[in-house]
Write a protein that binds this ligand. Sequence first.
Ligand SMILES: [Zn+2]
Length: 429
Amino acid sequence: MTQTGNRLKMLAAVLSFAICPVQAENLVLSNLNLIDGTGADARFVDKLVIKDGRIAEAQIKLDGEVTRIDLQGAWVLPGLIDTHVHVARFPDTARQAKLILEQAVRGGITAVRDLGGDARALAEISRALHSREWIGPEIRYAGIYGGESLFADQRIAALAIGFNPGEAPWTQAVNRQSNLGLMVAASKGAGAAGLKIYGNLDAELAAALIQEANRQQMQSWAHATVFPAGPGDLVDAGIDSLSHAAYLVWEAADEIPGDYAARTRGAWQDTPPDHPKLVALFKKMADQGVYLDATLYVYQAMHRVIPPEHAAWAADASAWGAEVTSVAHKLGVAITAGTDWFEPAEGELPHTHAELALLVEQAGLSPMQAIVAGTRNGAGALGILHQRGTIEPGKAADLLVLNSSPLTDIHNTGDIRMVIKDGVMLERD
Ligand SMILES: [Zn+2]
């Protein structure tokens, strides 16, 4: 072959590598205990078939290469979904986030909702994931909306370096004159799947944002209290999910302050978690299918990193948050597993596993209910339940394979044999 011919061949090879996604494997897993994520009882199956990265019917005919693995009684459940992470708020954001997410997927987390980060980095990560240059959890992220005063916070300004505070497409200060249609469209254009309705907004503005999100087919996600908009205002306006169970305490307050800084001053000691106003709220949330992203882990963990004199409130918020999550769960509210801090120390598992354990040990969910929280409900809160979150034919093959049963001990979600993301097997490091 001529030199030119060789070069062309090489170029073709390089181009096809760059353009074609790596073909997902055909996989047949056999002899396993299946927890499908729907809440149905675990069952033994002799065959679970994965074709082109998706769960297939067991009888399907497979062409091409097939990898067969006898799991010898291992436990298989959907990959875990963390509904509250922040992976893109560091210097050198895209690189850091990729490292965190890669560790996370090897630790069993196959989808996350990022509730506040630099959308430029998050969009690049999504691109790398979807073009299969890289393997990480599926990621859905939010544009942040709040009152103007909120954007004086340096931590929020750091999410949009190069923009005036509150003026980036994904971090936006809202007032009565704002063109909400344009602002929501800007977040959508930045790749966000939902709005995070964050702080310093009254009920009227919060409701207008939720309505605009619906109109543009975006998810609406809020902190449980937005100051002064309260949990009931958000639920009445049609919010899709509320974060931080501890902030539900304001539903029983006579008045809600207008500043997000008041979040540390909840009347946790004086408010019974089954206060009639909370019971009424939870019934409504259950009826409307509003998810509760309880975030128990972060309030517990605060003790370890913040000196107690600066975070005395966290102990009350933590205990009360767990109790109120239990009340909400009993009244039919769908709980999700969000950590607000999932990135592990080196060699450790993502804290999402700890969140599942807290849901069982402190909020009274059964191990099966906690697994549903961490899989199906998580996918619902991310708006991807049609594609992920349960093990059913047609859905993406995002699987967590365990050596031991998470139903006898929820901590066994950390006893990982392997993780499968979109049909691709990942061994634990
Ligand atoms: Zn957060």
